[in-house]
Ligand binder design. Structure first.
Ligand SMILES: C[S@@+](CC[C@H](N)C(=O)[O-])C[C@H]1O[C@@H](n2cnc3c(N)ncnc32)[C@H](O)[C@@H]1O
Length: 209
């Protein structure tokens, strides 16, 4: 089994999936609150873990369907167990090989893209499954400018692609997105990097035509 799948299968069973929900929850919630979700929409979470973002989004009154995908079978098992509405669907697959018909209004991903074999190919795939005008929200705490998190790669001992904010922006542009970034900080956070650097969100919009 590949090392990433094995690691996150373990995390699904040892409580770290719920720890990620807590650790990522504040900044992701703060970010998602800035998105109006004003019209009926479909939503995909890439690397959904235990499915907490999918459950949160399914509560939006305009949400028509919210899909979570993850390559860890045990994360998906957890997510299915925690389902709270019929709008939610969870699929065990690698984003890069996922065969999907149909397109989404919004794609989201938190702390997942840098584990994929190729960020560039994954971005092309996400671009292809977005509707024209659709948006991709990509959150990462692990980025070069955020010096405190760079050491995570040694602790994890699995493939993690470390890039700067500028490099992320370049990948998004090369995949065809109109791109901007936001750093969401926790001003009263317990960690210095959360107060000073925060979570980097790269926001990619697929051009309308
Ligand atoms: C750090 S966890 C983040 C989980 C969740 N987004 C959260 O914030 O709690 C990364 C997740 O991405 C998944 N993942 C990694 N590479 C993937 C890939 N190529 N396709 C689908 N899922 C992937 C892992 O299995 C893991 O559950």
């Amino acid at each position: 089994m590949d090392a990433i799948r094995k690691t996150f299968d373990e995390w699904a069973e040892n409580g770290r999936a719920e720890l990620m929900e807590i650790e990522h929850g504040k900044n992701v919630t703060k970010f998602l609150k800035t998105i109006p979700f004003a019209k009926p929409f479909s939503f995909l979470d890439v690397g959904c873990g235990n499915g907490w973002v999918v459950r949160k989004i399914a509560e939006e009154k305009n949400c028509r369907k919210a899909i979570g995908i993850d390559k860890s079978k045990k994360m998906i098992k957890q997510a299915i167990k925690k389902k709270t509405s019929g709008k939610e669907k969870f699929i065990c697959t690698d984003i890069q090989s996922w065969q999907h018909n149909g397109k989404f209004d919004f794609v989201f991903s938190m702390e997942s893209l840098y584990y994929t074999n190729s960020i560039e190919d994954t971005l092309k795939k996400i671009f292809s499954i977005l509707k024209p005008g659709g948006q991709f929200f990509c959150g990462t705490d692990f980025y070069k400018d955020n010096k405190a998190t760079a050491k995570w790669a040694n602790i994890m001992n699995i493939q993690m692609h470390l890039h700067s904010k500028q490099e992320w922006k370049k990948f998004f542009k090369e995949a065809g997105f109109e791109t901007k970034t936001r750093q969401i900080k926790e001003l009263k956070g317990n960690k210095k990097w959360k107060r000073e650097m925060g979570t980097l969100f790269i926001i990619g919009q697929k051009p309308k035509r």
